[in-house]
Design a protein around this ligand. Structure first.
Ligand code: GLN
Length: 492
């Protein structure tokens, strides 16, 4: 079969169960596509054909013996931030270019138990710091919709791989938008779960109080299948919350759009830099939801101006602390011929980390240093609480909150945004992480250059089922999520 890559996760599951094709055939099909097409997209850092085919054969044997799960034999790509036993895990950094993890992240281990076949590891901004995937040591990934544009970041490899049909779905992580924004730039559905819903064990830390893994796929239904694998309590992550995970697939029709109160934050639609096409597409999607029975309610989120400064203190502060472990001694990159220990630390870190990572370590170290701790870090934590309270107050009168996922569509590669300009592009996503809330991106059309636009829906704590359900119903009534970039139409 030449069109296996066009099937949804449910169709793949049914096809495998009905022996229409084997996991080996499916896996070989994806490996062939990667070999032919990925040179143009550069979404994979590492492809693992031998392991993938061995996993596929094991999956087929399980099917034969009647022991298969729903997803047994379905391929996946993992963001290169999730540790994978025996396979290189780089976090997009020279620092970890030689790092082979001795264990699997919980998310990866759960994927194996579910019978998923790992095709390989996909590209990302270095240590997940960025919004374009250009800060990767391995070079820029291309947006499948326009190869001279970025796929977004930091989970740009995950987004590009799925959008080019080089993986049926992928894992991503979101510290300040890294699932939602690349999903938006590549025309995909991506869910950032409530903080604590998905285990962070074995997920290389950027900012621990903000980091959260989640699914990236074509549709809410496909994301629900992957959430069923990823979500759940984990003893090995002390911030993993002991609340039962839902059956996200079974719940896809559990919330009705009829009667749903959607909050429209006044402040969000007056942001300077909000592109006219993005605004128009998002408003059209809200109109559609209104036709389906939702009520649009204007709300206030008064802390909007504080999002970027607050996030860009807290995230770098935590990063500077987390990245201390890369010292050239225990693992990772070590400089040549150090003259003494200080030289070893200094040069290993200067040579191993790229400029964006070094910038954040500097900002974070400054904000945490004795003289500035109260003025910057403590103050940012207080503002963070106010941002959370702003959302909680809004949820007293609405069920979900709507926003663009990003003020613009994908940037041109090398657009040479200065760092502050790039940080301002995170305005719609970072507050969700500061508050620990779940949020989803859904594709809702294109701008004048045929680049995808995304709608973001933010929910209250533990409302992943509701968010997936609302987007699922929107996707039953529209076809934006079925649109494919020309490169995805290439056959092998
Ligand atoms: N663009 C944001 C940053 O650079 C978010 C990144 C992320 O979510 N990992 O911090």
């Amino acid at each position: 079969m030449t069109d296996l890559h066009r099937l949804s996760i449910r169709e793949l599951s049914e096809g495998l169960a009905g022996s229409k094709f084997s996991s080996r055939e499916l896996t070989e099909h994806y490996l062939k596509r990667i070999a032919k097409i990925d040179a143009q997209v550069q979404s994979y850092v590492t492809v693992t054909p031998e392991q993938a085919l061995a996993q596929a054969d094991a999956a087929d044997a399980l099917r034969q013996s009647g022991m298969a799960n729903v997803l047994t034999g379905v391929p996946i790509a993992h963001k290169d931030i999730f540790c994978t036993h025996g396979i290189k895990t780089t976090a997009g950094s020279k620092m970890l270019d030689n790092f082979i993890s001795p264990y699997d992240a919980t998310v990866v281990a759960k994927g194996k138990v579910a019978g998923l076949v790992t095709l390989g590891k996909v590209n990302m901004d270095e240590f997940a710091m960025g919004s374009t995937s250009e800060s990767s040591y391995f070079g820029a990934t291309k947006n499948p919709w326009a190869l001279d544009h970025v796929p977004g970041g930091s989970s740009g490899g995950s987004a590009a791989a799925v959008a080019a049909d080089l993986a049926p779905f992928a894992t991503g992580t979101d510290t300040g938008g890294s699932i939602r924004q690349p999903a938006s730039f590549c025309g995909l559905t991506g869910l950032k779960p409530t903080y604590g819903r998905v285990s962070r064990f074995g997920m290389i830390a950027y900012a621990s109080s903000l980091d959260q893994g989640g699914p990236m796929a074509r549709s809410a239904e496909d994301c629900a299948y992957l959430m069923n694998v990823m979500a759940g309590h984990d003893d090995r992550d002390s911030t993993s919350v002991n609340v039962d995970a839902d059956d996200y697939v079974a719940n896809l029709n559990a919330t009705s759009v009829k009667g749903l109160r959607i909050g429209i934050p006044k402040q969000y639609f007056n942001v300077a830099g909000l592109d006219a096409d993005v605004k128009a597409r998002v408003e059209e999607s809200l109109k559609k939801l209104e036709e389906m029975g939702a009520t649009l309610v204007e709300i206030d989120l008064n802390m909007t101006d504080a999002y970027v400064p607050t996030y860009y203190l807290i995230a770098p502060a935590e990063a500077s602390s987390n990245l201390q472990r890369f010292d050239g001694v225990r693992y990772g990159y070590r400089c040549e011929n150090p003259v003494d220990l200080t030289d070893l630390y200094k040069r290993s870190r200067s040579e191993g980390f790229g400029p964006e990572v070094q910038r954040r370590i500097l900002i974070g170290t400054y904000a945490l240093s004795a003289g500035y701790y109260d003025a910057y870090y403590v103050k940012a934590q207080k503002v963070r609480r106010l941002i959370q309270q702003d959302f909680l107050k809004a949820f007293e009168s609405v069920d979900v909150i709507a926003a663009p996922s990003a003020p613009t569509t994908a940037y041109k590669i090398g657009a040479s945004l200065d760092p502050v300009e790039m940080y301002l592009g995170d305005i719609y996503t970072i507050a969700v992480n500061l508050a620990g809330l779940p949020a989803i991106n859904a594709p809702v059309g294109f701008d004048k250059d045929q680049l995808p636009v995304g709608l973001q829906l933010i929910g209250n704590y533990w409302s992943e089922s509701q968010l997936l359900s609302v987007v699922h119903q929107y996707q039953q009534a529209t076809d934006w999520h079925t649109k494919r970039a020309a490169i995805a139409e290439e056959t092998v």
